[in-house]
Design a protein around this ligand. Structure first.
Ligand code: FAD
Length: 399
């Protein structure tokens, strides 16, 4: 009898962890596992604010997929998913086609632009190794150009970060550290540079503890960050952001106002909310008994507050354990388990040696929170590739 085919789309946190967990759950002959990813490497999305600002080399955030999966058990295909034809259980790839009996969709997120004019054309986003390399190179180019221009443009050294959520604040924290280095390197007076955070909501890091938020804002303001809260951006142009009552000249605009699910899912006919599939409790797509969704493409509701859980790597990783167990059960005709997220805490970095967070009921600040952030990062590497991967790619200097 031929083995059932499991196709996993995307090798982010959800996809790659599902693949590795499946090799632990399933026997050698129980299924044929294929993992598809655009690149031949897996990258740590949660670290991308660092290479974006240039405070960490981008290679530290990525690792060869073949080095971390069991290639005797998992067939890795480097290709780009174009669409999913679930009626025919086929995935169209840029360079071929893939058929499946069971599908796991882990294609991650796209930046949410809310249809604001100019965002797609002129703003940078923190999405992948490629997009963050572009941000870093662009900012360095702006600094390098400054003293070589007779009339530097007004916004040449202005950096506007749209959105004061997790990604925006973590990037600002890194950038606030990087600016003095860039100024020294390129002979630019610090007062010529502006780092502005424009946010439509009246507060930064919505949902975070107020005391922690106050700590973050005070710290970042001391490092020269200008917060413009309650100021929605109406339009982005080539060299500015347009607010309700003013225009800020800026040649660097980084868009971090939230995410939606990968548009491939929506365009393939799945019912979505902002590109994310509201999954059943066992993480299957509604009405599709052979399709599981992991990570940011999955939408799950926190019943206590009747709102979606924020999309996080923490949840994506936990989901991968459930999906792997449920696939094994499904292949063996058993009863599937429900996914119950266990939110262990959240830590947001604010630059070198600084962070805020809540782990359990404990609030963490400064160096302790920053060390905790590194422990969380290392824990994921341990789950994925054991101690060798922690030694190779981990953040070993905690303080
Ligand atoms: P991803 O990890 O984004 O992976 C998706 C994969 O699919 C990628 O490998 C991508 O290349 C691949 N892919 C996409 N399209 C295609 C295609 N068409 N064909 C083939 N492959 C494709 N979460 C936390 O829990 N804690 C944090 O501290 C935290 N910090 C963050 C900091 C930043 C700067 C950002 C941006 C996010 C942060 N998050 C954090 C959120 C977290 O990174 C995401 O929730 C998580 O990455 C989702 O995992 P995923 O597996 O769904 O997608």
């Amino acid at each position: 009898m031929s083995r059932p085919k499991i196709a996993i789309l995307g090798a982010g946190y959800g996809g790659i962890m599902t693949a590795t967990r499946l090799t632990k759950e399933l026997g050698m002959n129980e299924a044929e596992i294929t993992l598809v990813n655009k690149h031949n490497y897996h990258y740590q999305t949660t670290w991308l604010h660092e290479p974006a600002a240039g405070t960490l080399h981008h290679d530290r955030t990525r690792m060869s997929i073949k080095d971390v999966i069991d290639t005797n058990r998992i067939n890795f295909v480097q290709d780009t998913v174009v669409s999913i034809d679930d009626a025919n259980k086929t995935v169209k790839l840029e360079n071929g086609e893939l058929t499946y009996d069971y599908l796991v969709i882990g294609l991650g997120f796209e930046s949410e632009t809310f249809g604001i004019p100019g965002v797609k054309d002129y703003a940078f986003n923190i999405r992948s190794v490629d997009t963050v390399r572009k941000i870093k190179e662009h900012i360095e180019y702006q600094f390098a150009s400054y003293n070589n221009e007779d009339n530097p443009s007004e916004g040449m050294l202005n950096i506007v970060v749209a959105g004061a959520g997790f990604t925006g604040i973590e990037f600002i924290g890194e950038m606030a550290d990087r600016i003095p280095e860039l100024c020294a390197d390129f002979d630019v007076p610090r007062e010529k540079v502006r780092l502005i955070c424009a946010e439509a909501a009246p507060t930064v890091l919505p949902g975070f503890d107020e005391e922690l938020v106050e700590y973050a804002v005070n710290l970042l303001e001391r490092k020269g960050v200008e917060f413009m809260l309650g100021t929605p951006i109406k339009e982005v142009t080539e060299d500015s952001v347009i607010l309700e009552e003013e225009e800020i000249k800026a040649d660097t605009i980084v868009w971090t106002t939230g995410i939606r699910g990968n548009s491939i899912v929506e365009n393939s006919g799945f019912e979505t909310m902002r590109g994310r599939i509201k999954v059943e409790s066992d993480l299957r797509a509604p009405g599709k008994d052979h399709v599981f969704i992991v990570g940011d493409c999955a939408l799950i509701i926190n019943e206590e507050i009747n709102r979606p859980y924020p999309p996080t790597a923490q949840i994506a990783i936990q989901q991968s354990f459930t999906v792997a167990r449920n696939l094994k059960t499904l292949i063996n005709n058993g009863k599937l388990e429900a996914f119950v997220p266990e939110i262990k805490g959240t830590v947001a970095s604010l630059g070198k040696g600084e962070a805020i967070g809540k782990v359990g009921n404990k609030k963490l600040y400064g160096a302790t929170a920053s060390a905790m952030k590194k422990i969380i990062d290392n824990r994921y590497l341990y789950l994925l590739g054991g101690i060798p991967l922690v030694v190779k790619k981990g953040k070993l200097k905690l303080f």
